[in-house]
Design a protein around this ligand. Structure first.
Ligand code: MG
Length: 242
């Protein structure tokens, strides 16, 4: 079984890695299952995950690139968009910065390959809207997480990344045997198209903005972020033992 999970707000609590995160990793490992982080964060964050945690792969940049360890333990990357699209994104980003000289690109944008990100909380609402209108005019796609506005060229979504991963890297596993945890609008492709989707309880803050909601929504303080993930995987295990 694979537990796919968003990172920010789902495996972190108020921006911090807590004891629950390490318990999740430990629990999944002991059950001989696998944790695959599916995050809007950059490729370089993925390198960090695979270097410092006992994970075999992760899906980064909102589904734009898969990072995995080969049989020698080397970390390899597989972008899921075309080189042309990567180059178009580079050109658009320069154009965006030219039109909005003070736009706060995320500090990890230099480590990104298939998308870029803006720290929208550092901008006032009017400029957030203007930059999104500019993307619309140039047919650039974007989505808002709880920390960034990510933008890209081509077909990228967390669901497409997960689908590609299952098909090419774990063909023996069926989607229905896997789970996904998330907390924000940028998880909606998974809520819409992946059968076993779970929202941790802090998703409550954005539920009214979601077009597609998770099939299961956890409730209460005890199910915020990684606490909810840990409770849920423990409960699943308990049910399979009973
Ligand atoms: Mg999140």
């Amino acid at each position: 079984m694979i537990f796919f999970s968003d990172f920010d707000g789902t495996l972190t609590l108020n921006g911090e890695l807590t004891r629950d995160f390490f318990e999740i990793i430990d629990f999944i490992k002991k059950q001989n299952n696998e944790l695959i982080i599916v995050s809007g964060r950059s490729l370089s964050w993925g390198h960090f995950f695979l270097t410092h945690f006992p994970l075999k792969a992760c899906i980064m940049e909102g589904g734009g690139v898969i990072l995995y360890k080969n049989s020698n333990g080397e970390i390899l990357q597989k972008p899921l968009i075309l080189q042309d699209e990567i180059e178009t994104l580079e050109k658009f980003t320069l154009n965006l910065q030219h039109h909005f000289p003070n736009i706060p690109l995320s500090a990890d944008s230099f480590g990104r390959l298939t998308d870029r990100a803006i720290e929208f909380h550092l901008m006032d609402q009017e400029w957030v809207k203007k930059s999104m209108d500019f993307m619309d005019q140039h047919k650039i796609r974007y989505s808002k997480s709880n920390v960034h506005i990510n933008f890209w060229v081509g077909e990228i979504s967390k669901y497409l990344g997960v689908k590609h991963f299952l098909h090419h890297f774990r063909p023996d596993l069926k989607q229905h045997d896997c789970w996904f945890f998330g907390d924000a609008p940028n998880d909606q492709s998974m809520f819409e198209l992946f059968h076993n989707s779970v929202g941790v309880s802090n998703i409550e803050h954005c539920l009214d903005k979601l077009i597609h909601k998770p099939r299961i929504i956890l409730k209460g303080e005890e199910n915020i972020g990684p606490k909810g993930v840990l409770n849920y995987i423990r409960q699943l295990n308990q049910n399979s033992v009973d």
